[in-house]
Design a protein around this ligand. Structure first.
Ligand code: GCW
Length: 699
């Protein structure tokens, strides 16, 4: 059945006879000396892939055979060894080279790498060439990842619920582990390896200490054993209070010798079981999670304790900078409701936007060398559009890693088709100007600007046990895009979409072009029907699905939509200039200049930084109110257009996936109108201006 389970690893027989014959002629058989578990899975993948794509079992041939495909490393293959030496090709820890070569009058295709893992990545790349009808005649590709640790973060709980997961329950079946190895674990590893993901944090950042107990560690070890051949390391989240919760200590103070000893003992045990254990991801002093501040210590004290313990084992600490709490106010000190701080400001005047910077910037340079600070792409929380987090430009002496959300918490969850590569790219390509022009978030994350030792990037997974893994079939494209950008952040969104479509739906231009158009339009459409012009965090509180700009009592000021849009009779938007919260001062002057003047601020961000009068004329020539109407209407209309375009692929794809997407697009259109109508009718109570008459009336 065409249910999407195979993801983009569909190895169906190539239908186009031209390509089929060409590929059959060019690949007489394969030659892999599978001397390691990784080379063995590479060989299996190649066999499975080629047999499927070429429609006949692939032969094993000798290395001297004309048209042989040879894959290996210098230690597994003399041909590869002399090729790499002769061409002076260095592929590093994970890269690969794919070359057409004529050796002793024999035409050969070589998949060469210095490491077994590089070979596996090369194999997946080669299969993709066939899946997407690329030429394999004169190959000369070298590919090396730009970021070292390319990691999925699962927000999976031990009871198999998934925080912000919309694709069923967790794929980790803790109940049957460690003895039962679900085939899905292997397919998960294959899928990740195929896009270069080399790490997975199995557990939720809102962590349970239980996973650090022996019975669970056995289960974690079983998963690590499955993933190892695919180059995927396992990481865990560590709950800061674990020494108290499961260790029976009285404190979790990171400077307490007993606490240190407890973690040390635990890590020794973990590394005995899982020698390549990646390390810990830690959410501390954030949204109620325990952390070092509870003991009067800093984030650096906390992170460094783990770092010291993990260092001898080669492990790393990923310490999250997602912190906000209205009681930690503008200058960083704690205070309580009702009180005013030294500058006479109250809780209500704190701006959540600023807090991560306030807490972390003073700690720049204080983190050990195996610590990375994991920073969400934007300053608030995975909104449809955010400016990049100012922290990216603020910590030159700290290894920073970007965190993106693949699961669509604020983007219509698994119901809306929103292709997120443009969102990821917008952040990665953003220039912080921190070390001169070109100091992009991508270059800060890959460590190249400051020559950092370790680089990493994280994506919050959208994976669950739904038959197609991601709920919405197009959620797969976001998983795919994250992996591809983690490997090479210079790839364009269009290219990644094209790769994914070719592998997922085939190479017919009548499929490729319309689907690519839908994907490329989808993110901007979502911004427009949800949060145009820089609106943010106006989703239903708690669940974050659907519009709720009117909510003003969500329990905490910084959860209230009204706190973020600040609509009043005068206008709309959050003044973050010097006359307001002054969050803009956290950016480099060049960035500030782009945004600080209402007249010149890019209107995609204008309500992030300005309280704009309803009648103010924007660069489009329309007033704020008219532009808001225009955006909400065009967002919803774009979804209508996406529905229409989708019908054109009906004749060229299977009915099952066609109908799956068709039905979800119907819901998306309904809900885009819901967003549009709810927001405009609500904001209209402030603007008191009419919806321009050429639009259909909101109902
Ligand atoms: O996006 C918010 C979510 C929380 C999440 C938190 C975080 C895991 O609403 O569910 O908790 O961010 O990133 O820690």
């Amino acid at each position: 059945a065409e249910n999407g389970y195979d993801l983009w690893l569909r190895y169906k027989k190539i239908e186009d006879p031209t390509y089929l014959n060409l590929y059959r002629k060019s690949i007489a058989g394969i030659h892999i000396n599978a001397i390691s578990p990784t080379l063995l899975v590479a060989k299996k993948e190649l066999e499975m892939g080629l047999s499927g794509l070429l429609g006949a079992p692939i032969k094993e041939v000798g290395a001297q055979t004309d048209n042989a495909l040879i894959a290996g490393t210098p230690s597994s293959s003399p041909v590869i060894k002399s090729f790499l030496e002769k061409e002076k090709i260095k592929t590093g820890q994970e890269g690969f080279a794919i070359y057409s070569q004529t050796i002793n009058n024999k035409k050969l295709i070589l998949i060469a790498a210095e490491t077994d893992l590089g070979v596996l990545y090369g194999v997946f790349h080669f299969l993709k060439l066939l899946q997407s009808h690329q030429s394999i005649q004169s190959l000369s590709t070298i590919s090396i990842p730009k970021i070292q640790r390319r990691i999925l973060n699962h927000w999976d709980n031990l009871n198999r619920s998934v925080e912000r997961g919309y694709a069923g329950i967790s794929i980790w079946n803790w109940h049957t582990l460690p003895d039962y190895i679900d085939k899905r674990y292997i397919d998960y590893a294959r899928a990740n390896a195929s896009i270069g993901i080399n790490g997975t944090v199995l557990t939720n950042v809102n962590a349970s200490s239980l996973v650090l107990t022996d019975p669970y560690l056995e289960k974690v070890k079983a998963l690590a054993d499955v993933f190892r051949p695919y180059g995927i390391r396992v990481y865990l989240t560590a709950k800061f209070s674990a020494p108290v919760e499961i260790g029976r200590l009285k404190t979790a103070d990171p400077l307490n010798p007993e606490v240190i000893e407890w973690w040390k003992h635990l890590c020794d045990k973990i590394y005995k079981m899982i020698p390549d254990f990646g390390g810990f991801l830690i959410k501390a002093n954030s949204e109620g999670q325990p952390g070092p501040q509870g003991y009067g210590r800093t984030h650096a004290d906390g992170a460094n304790m783990f770092a010291d313990i993990l260092a001898p084992h080669g492990g790393i600490v990923m310490w999250r900078a997602f912190v906000y709490d209205a009681r930690v106010q503008r200058r960083g000190e704690h205070f309580e409701e009702g009180k005013k701080d030294v500058a006479g400001e109250s809780i209500a005047s704190a701006d959540r936007f600023k807090q991560a910077y306030l807490e972390f910037k003073p700690l720049d340079g204080k983190f050990k060398e195996n610590v990375l600070i994991q920073v969400k792409n934007g300053p608030i929380d995975f909104q449809p559009r955010e400016p990049f987090s100012p922290l990216f430009g603020a910590m030159p002496n700290t290894q920073l890693m970007a965190e993106f959300q693949i699961t669509q918490e604020y983007l219509g969850q698994a119901t809306h088709l929103v292709y997120q590569a443009p969102l990821y790219k917008e952040c990665l390509d953003a220039d912080t100007y921190a070390y001169g022009r070109g100091s992009t978030v991508a270059k800060i994350t890959d460590g190249s600007l400051k020559k950092h030792k370790i680089s990493a990037i994280a994506g919050v997974a959208n994976i669950g046990n739904d038959i197609n893994w991601t709920g919405h079939l197009f959620g797969q494209a976001n998983w795919y895009a994250f992996g591809r950008l983690a490997w090479d952040h210079t790839l364009s969104s269009e290219t990644i979409a094209e790769e994914w479509i070719r592998q997922t739906f085939g190479n017919n231009p009548k499929v490729l072009q319309p689907i690519q158009q839908i994907m490329m339009a989808s993110r901007e459409a979502a911004v427009n029907y949800m949060t145009p012009l820089g609106l943010h965090h106006i989703m239903g509180t708690g669940h974050h699905y659907g519009p709720a700009p009117w909510v003003e009592n969500a329990g905490r000021a910084d959860w209230n939509p009204v706190y973020y849009h600040k609509a009043d009779k005068k206008g709309l938007g959050f003044d973050r200039t010097a006359t307001g919260s002054d969050a803009l001062s956290q950016y480099a002057p060049e960035v500030r200049k782009q945004w600080e003047n209402m007249k010149t601020c890019n209107i995609e961000y204008i309500l992030w930084f300005h309280h704009v009068p309803w009648n103010y004329t924007l660069s489009t020539g329309r007033s704020l109110w008219d532009e808001l109407c225009f955006r909400y209407y065009s967002g919803a209309d774009t979804v209508k257009w996406m529905q229409d375009i989708w019908t054109t692929v009906k004749a060229y794809i299977d009915e099952e996936r066609y109908n799956h997407v068709r039905q979800l697009l119907n819901i998306q259109h309904k809900e885009a109108k819901w967003w549009r109508n709810a927001c405009l009718l609500y904001f209209q109570t402030f603007s008191e201006l009419p919806i321009p008459s050429h639009y259909e009336a909101p109902d």
